[in-house]
Design a protein around this ligand. Structure first.
Ligand code: NDP
Length: 257
């Protein structure tokens, strides 16, 4: 029972870990002792996040410029992390995007952008890290879903399809890889204060208050609210937990009104 949540000596890849929820999760994993590799496109933002993790938590951290849609870039990143750290114990498939429109308004290019970042990216990264996790005798994959993994809404068809998909993708991996001691789980965040939702709040000024009213905790979440659940799902404490989709939502998904 000792050190159930200790991640010292572990290496975590966090996609989209240079800001928002990804950085909140990276900070949680680093606070538990894990070394961190961030995959994202914006190099300046990544460099700042890497420096912050090193300074605040004293862990090793690197950033790699990766577009999660691109198979070769994902494979190269997995190789780079293995060359640098010698192992990959934890993968957080967090990189995500959204385009808000009515179903009839979407173009095929928009379909590809949202589905490819949110779903194909998780497929590519999970596949890229699997051999190293299997060879090491186990690993942890955490996929970031959403309330739209459960609920629908008029202007989130592509996002919701990708977020429902990522939960199902994880359940299949959980079945396939349980005997390899790889646990695959999803976190379903409620409304969290990040760049993504800042844009939604700009488009819909009433959203701020509607979320407060609809959330039993009576507030928006902050990126650090995801840290504890991520540490649990990345640690030995969750070794017999696989295939679950865990809401971290201040009660949003259990409230009737
Ligand atoms: P942000 O916009 O703050 O972060 C998105 C992250 O994804 C950035 O770090 C961005 O980095 C990265 N990213 C986007 N596209 C790509 C790409 N093609 N390749 C690599 N990295 C990419 O949003 P959030 O923190 O809010 O979102 C993080 C995750 O949480 C997403 O999956 C989102 O769907 C999910 N989520 C968010 C909720 C919320 O309320 N905020 C609620 C439920 C789920 P860069 O631009 O440098 O590439």
């Amino acid at each position: 029972m000792k050190d159930l949540f200790n991640l010292k000596g572990k290496v975590a890849v966090v996609t989209g870990g240079n800001g928002g929820i990804g950085l909140g999760i990276a900070r949680g994993l680093a606070s538990a002792g894990a070394d961190i590799a961030i995959a994202a496109r914006n190099e300046a933002k990544t460099a700042e996040a890497v420096k912050g993790l090193q300074n605040e938590f004293g862990v090793k951290a690197i950033g790699v410029k990766v577009d999660v849609k691109e198979e070769k870039q994902v494979q190269d990143m997995a190789k780079k992390v293995l060359d640098t750290f010698g192992r990959i114990d934890i993968l957080v498939n967090n990189a995500g995007t959204n385009i808000r429109k009515l179903p009839q308004e979407y173009t095929v290019d928009e379909w590809e952008e949202v589905l490819d970042v949110n779903l194909r990216g998780a497929f590519l990264f999970s596949r890229a890290v699997y051999p190293a996790m299997k060879a090491a005798g186990g690993g942890k994959i955490i996929n970031i879903g959403s309330m739209t993994s459960i609920f629908g809404a008029a202007k989130v068809m592509l996002y919701s399809a990708s977020k429902g998909g990522i939960v199902q993708l994880g359940r299949c991996q959980a079945n396939a890889w349980a005997r390899d001691n790889i646990q695959v789980n999803a976190i379903l965040p409620g409304f969290i204060n990040t760049d993504l939702t800042r844009k939604a709040r700009k488009d819909m000024p009433e959203l701020e208050e509607r979320v407060n009213m609809r959330t039993p905790a009576d507030r928006w979440g902050e990126p650090d609210d995801l840290a504890g659940t991520a540490v649990f799902l990345a640690s030995r404490a969750s070794d017999f937990v696989t295939g679950v989709a865990l809401p971290v939502d201040g009660g949003f998904s259990v409230a009737m009104l």
